[in-house]
Design a binder for this molecule. Structure first.
Ligand SMILES: Cc1ncc(C[n+]2csc(CCOP(=O)(O)OP(=O)(O)O)c2C)c(N)n1
Length: 377
């Protein structure tokens, strides 16, 4: 009994202080700065700005009744872009629904992303999913499911399969703090730890699961500390610091690729906007709290760093905003002209080769539509 160590909540303190690279004044910690090339930094910045502008615009389009639903990532852009930038393009991504930055970073045309919001003929998923529930196999981004946390065991299984066949990819899976209350999170962590799977478990801790605050998700002092119980490393990073997120993810990815197994990254950030267009956050949190976090805008913080490095100016900022807004406006104008998916596409993709009974149903349905048309005219 005397030798026994009781693990108290105080020992969790170590995992509470987030890793930070960017200081408020725009300078960086010289020991931690990854010294990324200028072009790479500017690409990260542009993607964050594009993500923010696209979110703003699509949110408004929902309000105008032009799309049915939307979820923004406002305030969380550094967590998303800082992490994806640390992977290779061959690595696979398993997003939740708040990572619009992933297809933007991987070069999926904005038009393709917007088409999915409209569910039109250019939509990869042929209008069969809600907006934001994208699928970009061509960019190695898994399709998004609505149920919270289901992507976590899927990602771990995918990574385990890659390990078995000797494919040197890493899988990165995104989820919110609310998802850590789901059994799927714990099942996935346990499995990943036991089988030393090449996966990075990335929690965007934006402090709310719709209206439920973080303290109702866990009594632990951080989410990162949970990794310890599953036998692997966890780290809490400042999720509004794009370079800190990059540094932590890069380390986790390299470890996973060299056979070191999983890491749990907790990016501590804040959801500035509503959960979705179906939510009114004023009903459960104060404006003062939101404003405090608004002042910690990850895009502004990164911009100060770029300015300090001599890579960015007011003039460049203006022309970037003009370029991005122009791209979004043009895209929406074009996408709104695209027709819905053809009715017969309803029968596609169920089987690799359409079986006879489905072929018959398809023909019967098309004949019915033709007949109905004839009666209408
Ligand atoms: C299994 C399940 N339970 C409940 C819901 C309803 N729901 C949708 S999103 C959400 C909150 C998720 O919060 P979090 O994981 O923190 O992610 P965030 O939205 O903050 O990014 C809930 C409860 C759902 N989609 N699936």
């Amino acid at each position: 009994m005397d030798d026994a160590i009781f693990i108290s909540p105080e020992v969790q303190e170590a995992a509470e202080v987030p890793l930070t690279v960017l200081r408020e004044d725009g300078r960086s910690d010289p020991d931690l700065d990854p010294d990324l090339p200028k072009e790479f930094l500017l690409r990260m910045y542009r993607t964050m700005v594009l993500n923010r502008e696209l979110d703003d615009r699509l949110f408004k389009l929902q309000r105008q009744g032009r799309i049915g639903f939307y979820l923004t990532c406002t305030g969380e852009e550094a967590a998303v872009i800082g992490s994806v930038a640390a992977l290779n393009d061959e690595d696979w991504l398993f997003p939740s629904y708040r990572e619009t930055g992933l297809p933007l970073w991987r070069g999926v045309p904005v038009r393709k992303f917007v088409a999915q919001q409209y569910g039109n003929a250019e939509d990869n998923v042929k209008g069969r999913q809600m907006p934001v529930h994208t699928s970009f196999r061509e960019a190695r981004i898994m399709s998004i499911s609505s149920p919270v946390g289901t992507q976590i065991p899927q990602a771990v299984g995918f990574a385990w399969a890659a390990k078995i066949v000797g494919d040197p990819i890493v899988v990165l899976v995104y989820f919110g703090d609310g998802a850590t209350s789901e059994g799927d999170f714990h099942t996935a962590c346990n499995f990943a730890g036991v089988f030393k799977v090449p996966v990075v478990l990335f929690c965007r801790n934006n402090q709310y699961a719709i209206s439920v605050p973080l303290k109702r998700q866990t009594a632990a002092r951080s989410i990162a500390v949970k990794a310890v119980a599953y036998g692997f490393e966890g780290v809490r990073v400042d999720g509004n610091d794009v370079l800190a997120v990059y540094v932590a993810t890069k380390r986790a990815v390299e470890k996973a690729r060299s056979g070191g197994g999983p890491t749990l990254i907790e990016a501590l950030t804040y959801r500035i906007g509503a959960h979705s267009t179906s939510d009114d956050p004023r009903r459960y949190r104060s404006e003062e709290e939101v404003q405090q976090w608004y002042a910690k805008d990850p895009i502004e913080r990164f911009r100060r760093y770029l300015e300090w490095r001599g890579y960015w100016s007011e003039l460049q900022q203006e022309s970037l905003l003009e370029e991005v807004r122009d791209l979004i406006n043009r895209t929406i104008e074009e996408v709104e002209k695209v027709p819905p998916p053809p009715v017969e596409s309803l029968f596609d993709d169920v089987y690799a080769r359409m079986p006879r009974h489905l072929q018959e149903q398809k023909e019967a349905y098309l004949a019915y539509l033709k007949e109905a048309d004839r009666w209408r005219s």
